[in-house]
Design a protein around this ligand. Structure first.
Ligand code: DGL
Length: 260
């Protein structure tokens, strides 16, 4: 029996984590759940997110019986991981801002963390900075609309450069030494990485933790199954079927697994 891996996000961003897991474990059965009925999480209060996500994950475990669940959303992971582990008997992997590796590799010692307005306000994120800034100056940048822009781009809609630049520009601090490292602290943002690189006022290292998260998943699950690629499933909590354009855009994230 191939293992089942549940990947959960508020929307489509968690696919950037899923694609890295698929590279390491192409024979697993994938269930991707987008809580689009409640998107974007960045606009909800902490209490609302906990009350939404904890029971919903319980329902998804019942429905899909996964071997492991990935909360591929920083806005949720920075709040709910302890509660999920206390409530459900399943291995969980979360996604939280990659502040430690970013600060370890920054040469100018100026790092920006680009996340949702929720993620940058979290106590969890502030504690990561207190524990792992290693003397770097860390700037927290809360983007109000960037996850929605990333979804629009993935759905084939036109997204204006100016709208993207308005969200990322505050990451670039100048004056003496410049920011040289930006943490992508929302799983949606790697979807726009090419645009970020093209629009950046100067080159920086963009830190995407997805490959490290995939390695963690794989370590927890042990030797990968040798099964052929399985049929994968995408669930939208709104019940809306994806458009043909979106289904086509999502296909490559799943490698050789075919979207059912
Ligand atoms: N993908 C989510 C994250 O990593 C956030 C998007 C949202 O605001 O729902 O934080």
């Amino acid at each position: 029996m191939p293992e089942t891996i549940l990947v959960f996000d508020s929307g489509l961003g968690g696919n950037t984590v899923l694609r890295e897991i698929v590279k390491l474990r192409p024979g697993a059965r994938y269930v991707y759940v987008a809580d689009d009925a409640y998107f974007p999480y960045g606009q909800h209060t902490e209490a609302e997110i906990v009350a939404r996500v904890v029971p919903l994950i319980g329902e998804l475990i019942e429905a899909h019986n996964p071997n492991l669940a990935v909360i591929a959303c920083n806005t949720a992971s920075t709040l709910v991981m302890d509660r999920l582990r206390d409530t459900y008997d399943l291995p969980f992997v979360g996604t939280v801002p990659a502040i430690k590796p970013a600060c370890a590799s920054s040469r100018t010692r100026r790092v920006s963390v680009l996340g949702t307005k929720g993620t940058v306000q979290r106590e969890y994120t502030k504690k990561l900075i207190a524990d792992f800034a290693q003397g770097c100056d860390v700037k927290l940048i809360g983007a109000g609309n960037l996850a929605a822009l990333a979804e629009a781009a993935l759905k084939g809609e036109r997204v204006d450069d100016r709208d993207i630049l308005a969200e990322i520009a505050p990451c670039f601090a100048d004056g003496g030494t410049r920011t040289d490292t930006v943490v992508l602290a929302c799983t949606h943002y790697p979807l726009l990485l090419d645009r970020f690189i093209a629009l950046a006022p100067w080159p920086v290292d963009w830190i995407d933790p997805a490959p490290a998260i995939a390695r963690r998943v794989s370590d927890l699950l042990g030797a990968p199954s040798t099964s052929e690629p399985q049929a994968a499933q995408i669930v939208f909590t709104s019940g809306e079927p994806p458009s043909a354009t979106l289904s086509k855009a999502l296909g490559p994230f799943f490698g050789a697994s075919v979207l059912a």
